[in-house]
Design a protein around this ligand. Structure first.
Ligand SMILES: [Zn+2]
Length: 428
């Protein structure tokens, strides 16, 4: 109804415009012609009273004027008719709806007047919302099925106008690949931490709208695999095994420790410092030859929490290589100085070690409480599967040397066997 009303209104408007032009032509041109004729006539009337020289000439001119005037009037009348007919409103159709427009109406006039409703498509975000109205593909106006190249051209008589709205266009997308660094997980609790899965960095691929930034999808192109460590204590089910461990050596006290172990045919584990191995390589060689386990305790006994990850790696690597150089044993078992070790340090050294081993029983020999107190600390806290901390380096270890034979005797009397840390891991 509204569209019909608008169409009618606009048609009337066009017709009035056209009619106004017609009136102007009718009123103006014939009047000018009449005026000229009157002027010519006036001249002819005056001529007979004028000189004969001008009479003959005047008679010839008069006939000429009459003929010329008649031709002129006919031509002007014909032109007027032509113009009049040409300016008459004529029918067209817009998308199958008939209407009438006046001469000279352009396609753009129809659009501006609302008779031809056509619009460009919108620019859409990836989620379908409108980013920029009318920024899609442009609309098209057809006349007799042929696209109109210039909407400012006059519409031909009987035009069959159709239109097509532009299409919506969806913004482009951008694909971003983001590395996903692996995380480190330490599951459980206990003195023996074991690397069970290496970490692998993942990759995330995200697709998002260029303009809107709206995320279409996030996919894990490469799955991130966390570095996974399991911490536990040995569960011996009553099997009376115990692991004696000796830190910070080798040192001049190491041979006496080895002697005491040999008397009981006991096996122990030596967490050596690389710097000490370089100084006393033969003690480590002897430890290996007598069936003990040698592992590393770093190169120079730093607090790993105060080092960069790179320095942590270097400390462990140097400790391992010094021991390997001296004994031919490349260990992957490590004990952190002061037990200071966490996820970050694991991530820094997962290419070097598979185990980080602390202790269950601290003899507190580092306090030098006396050999009896060291023995007492062991015997009060020992249980099957426990790891006992002693030292064969890092200072005066005479109390350890004095206490060890008694510890071995007492534990043996209590039914314990002495195993290395590696052997103890069979009970994990
Ligand atoms: Zn230490």
């Amino acid at each position: 109804m509204t569209e019909d009303g608008k169409t009618q209104h606009t048609s009337d408007h066009r017709m009035q415009d056209g009619h106004g032009t017609d009136v102007g032509y009718d009123a103006d041109c014939p009047r000018r012609g009449t005026s000229r004729r009157a002027h010519r006539r006036g001249t002819g009337v005056e001529t007979p009273g004028g000189p004969s020289r001008t009479m003959g000439h005047g008679a010839f001119s008069r006939r000429g004027f009459i003929v010329a005037g008649a031709v002129s009037v006919m031509a002007m009348a014909g032109w007027a008719v032509f113009r009049f007919v040409g300016s008459l409103p004529f029918p067209i159709s817009i998308n199958d709806v008939p209407m009438t427009v006046s001469a000279g109406t352009t396609y753009q006039d129809l659009v501006d007047g609302g008779d031809l409703v056509v619009h460009a498509g919108d620019l859409l975000a990836v989620d379908g919302t409108v980013l920029t109205p009318l920024a899609g593909t442009p609309s098209t106006i057809y006349e007799a099925g042929v696209p109109v190249s210039d909407a400012r051209k006059p519409i031909p008589h009987g035009a069959v106008i159709t239109s097509a709205n532009g299409d919506d266009v969806t913004e482009d997308t951008v694909t971003t690949t983001t590395p996903e660094p692996y995380t480190t997980l330490i599951d459980g609790a206990g003195a023996i931490s074991t690397l069970v899965q290496q970490g692998i960095d993942g990759t995330q691929t995200q697709v998002a709208g260029v303009q809107s930034g709206i995320v279409v999808s996030t996919t894990e192109t490469v799955a991130m695999q966390p570095l996974t460590i399991t911490a536990a204590n040995a569960k011996t089910a009553g099997d009376k095994v115990v692991a004696l461990t000796f830190d910070d050596g080798p040192s001049p006290y190491t041979p006496a420790i080895l002697d005491a172990l040999a008397v009981r045919d006991a096996r122990g584990t030596f967490f050596t410092l690389g710097s000490q191995v370089e100084e006393y390589p033969t003690y480590s060689v002897r430890a290996v030859s007598e069936g003990h386990q040698v592992a590393t305790h770093s190169y120079s006994h730093p607090n790993m929490f105060e080092l960069t990850s790179e320095q942590v790696h270097d400390e462990v690597q140097l400790g391992i290589s010094a021991l390997a150089t001296a004994t031919g044993v490349t260990t992957t078992t490590f004990r952190a100085p002061y037990g200071n070790w966490s996820e970050r340090e694991w991530a820094a050294t997962s290419d070097l070690i598979t185990r980080q081993v602390i202790w269950n029983v601290d003899t507190e020999d580092w306090k030098r409480p006396g050999a009896d107190a060291i023995v007492s600390n062991v015997m009060r806290n020992v249980k099957p599967g426990r790891i006992i901390l002693m030292h064969d380096g890092g200072g005066d270890r005479s109390e350890d040397v004095a206490a060890l034979p008694t510890i071995l005797t007492n534990l043996a009397n209590a039914g314990y066997r002495f195993v290395t840390v590696d052997e103890l891991t069979a009970y994990l």
